[in-house]
Write a protein of this length. Structure first.
Length: 141
């Protein structure tokens, strides 16, 4: 049971603006207990999604503190352009390193619909973890 809490917390923290990768943790846990694949997949997906939603909330709360003109970083501008063009659909890319965290933050900042944003984040992150689990299980056999 501790493995699920470890996976959840590792995935949650990896989805925030803090550095970290939950994929290595998932692979290590799958290596030790492949029979827990589905539980680990769900734990990682839920933890990572909730971590991304914490970034969404920070964006929502920081909306008045930062104006569009203050977004001078290339990644911020790139993420903002994706969100302006595709809306909440761009959040399917929330799992992508370097830009995914910024997408979630800016989605909150732009006040994109929470339910639709959550669904896109959950879908993108869940598919990423599903692919990792399936490849890992194939490799472990």
């Amino acid at each position: 049971m501790w493995e699920l809490w470890l996976m959840f917390s590792g995935a949650f923290l990896a989805a925030t603006l803090l550095p970290g990768g939950s994929e290595v943790l998932l692979l290590a846990l799958l290596d030790k207990q492949p029979e827990m694949a589905l539980s680990l997949l769900l734990s990682a997906t839920i933890g990572n999604t909730l971590g991304a939603l914490s970034s969404y909330l920070l964006g929502l709360l920081g909306r008045k503190a930062v104006t569009p003109e203050q977004l001078d970083s290339g990644r911020h501008k790139q993420a903002l352009a994706l969100l302006k063009r595709y809306g909440y659909w761009a959040l399917l890319l929330s799992w992508v390193p370097l830009i995914g965290d910024i997408l979630c933050l800016l989605a909150g900042w732009m006040k994109l619909p929470l339910t639709k944003s959550t669904l896109m984040i959950l879908t993108g992150k869940g598919l990423r973890y599903l692919i990792i689990v399936l490849l890992a299980l194939e490799w472990l056999q």
